[in-house]
Design a protein around this ligand. Structure first.
Ligand SMILES: [Zn+2]
Length: 119
C-alpha cells in the first residue's frame, strides 16, 4: 500500500528564461519589486493546482545558489518563505541580528557581500 501524505509536487513545464519586464512586477522569491525595463527570470511550473508562472530577480536565483538553498529542496521547489528565512539567517551570520533593517536592506546587504547587484 502506498501512502502519500500532504505531498507537495512541482514540475517544470517550461525552463527558465530571461525576459525584460514591460511593467513593474513582484519577485516570487523575495517579494520585492522587479522594475520595468529590468531583465528577470521566468519559469512555467505545474503543481497539484495546475500551471503557474514563477518570476524572480536573476540575483535572487544566484544568491539562492550561493547559499546552497536548493540543496535542501527536492520536489516542491524553493519557496519564498524558505528564501526569506535563509536571507535573514545569512544576514544574522554576517552582521549579527539587527531589526532596524528592513528585509529589503538585509537582502541588498547579503547580495552585496556576495558581489551581486539587487535589480
Ligand atoms: Zn527577488
Amino acid at each position: 500500500m502506498l501512502f502519500i501524505i500532504n505531498y507537495n509536487y512541482m514540475e517544470i513545464i517550461e525552463n527558465t528564461k530571461e525576459v525584460m519586464a514591460t511593467i513593474e512586477i513582484k519577485c516570487d522569491y523575495c517579494g520585492q519589486k522587479i522594475k520595468k525595463g529590468n531583465v528577470y527570470n521566468t519559469t512555467i511550473l505545474k503543481d497539484e493546482n495546475g500551471k503557474y508562472v514563477w518570476e524572480n530577480h536573476i540575483s535572487c536565483d544566484k544568491i539562492a545558489d550561493k547559499l546552497n538553498m536548493f540543496d535542501h529542496v527536492i520536489d516542491e521547489g524553493l519557496t519564498s518563505v524558505e528564501f526569506i528565512d535563509n536571507i535573514e539567517e545569512e544576514f544574522s551570520d554576517l552582521l549579527g541580528c539587527d531589526d532596524e533593517f528592513s528585509f529589503l536592506d538585509k537582502l541588498k546587504i547579503v547580495k552585496e557581500y556576495y558581489k551581486l547587484k539587487h535589480n
